[in-house]
Design a protein around this ligand. Structure first.
Ligand SMILES: [Zn+2]
Length: 188
């Protein structure tokens, strides 16, 4: 099932997502929905808060990019970055922030401990586009967006677009959620 993607200024994108304690049929459904929603958009990564669930879960598939055609889709649960090295600036965008792009500096290589779609623990090193997408999506689980990491000047350049999205004025070619700002306030 394709689910509406939550948008910039929605409180769920600012919450710290909660770890999963296992995989049940509800989580399996959510993973299926997230993959379908990501492919429909289309996007190369999606974090659960973007699908309306504040859980530490993300999916990605970068195989649409020529040099990564062999890379299998990934389901990543409860990720923890154990170490990182190097720095790299790359342009990013986000399905929750339609039409906005900007250069973000992040570590080039990360070592990640996480649980896979079988809830089995894995520890692996990632570089290149995988490291980039993983870090972007892990940010979502901590309530952080790529626009928070833009240089001040770049952030100023996109501020009008961000304000427009917050006020409901944007163009997206995929279903989006109505912006909700009540849940977070209720939780303090
Ligand atoms: Zn994003």
């Amino acid at each position: 099932m394709i689910v509406p993607i939550t948008l910039y200024s929605d409180d769920i994108l600012r919450q710290k997502a909660v770890p999963l304690e296992g995989i049940d049929s509800g989580v399996r459904d959510l993973i299926g929905n997230m993959l379908e929603t990501m492919y429909n958009a289309p996007g190369i990564g999606l974090a659960a808060p973007q699908a309306g669930s504040a859980l530490r879960l993300l999916v990605l598939d970068i195989s649409c990019m020529k040099e990564y055609a062999h890379v299998k889709p990934m389901v990543v649960i409860n990720p923890v970055v154990l170490s990182s090295r190097g720095y790299l600036a790359m342009e990013e965008g986000c399905l929750s922030i339609p039409g906005v792009q900007g250069d973000v500096v992040r570590p080039a290589v990360i070592t990640l401990r996480y649980r896979n779609e079988e809830y089995a623990e894995e520890t692996m090193e990632f570089s290149g586009m995988l490291a980039r997408v993983l870090q972007h999506e892990i940010d979502h689980l901590d309530g952080r967006l790529f626009v928070d990491r833009l240089q001040k000047r770049d952030r100023r350049k996109v501020q009008k677009q961000l304000d427009a999205i917050a006020s409901g004025s944007f163009a997206a070619s995929y279903p989006v959620a109505e912006i909700s700002s009540s849940g977070y306030a209720a939780n303090g």
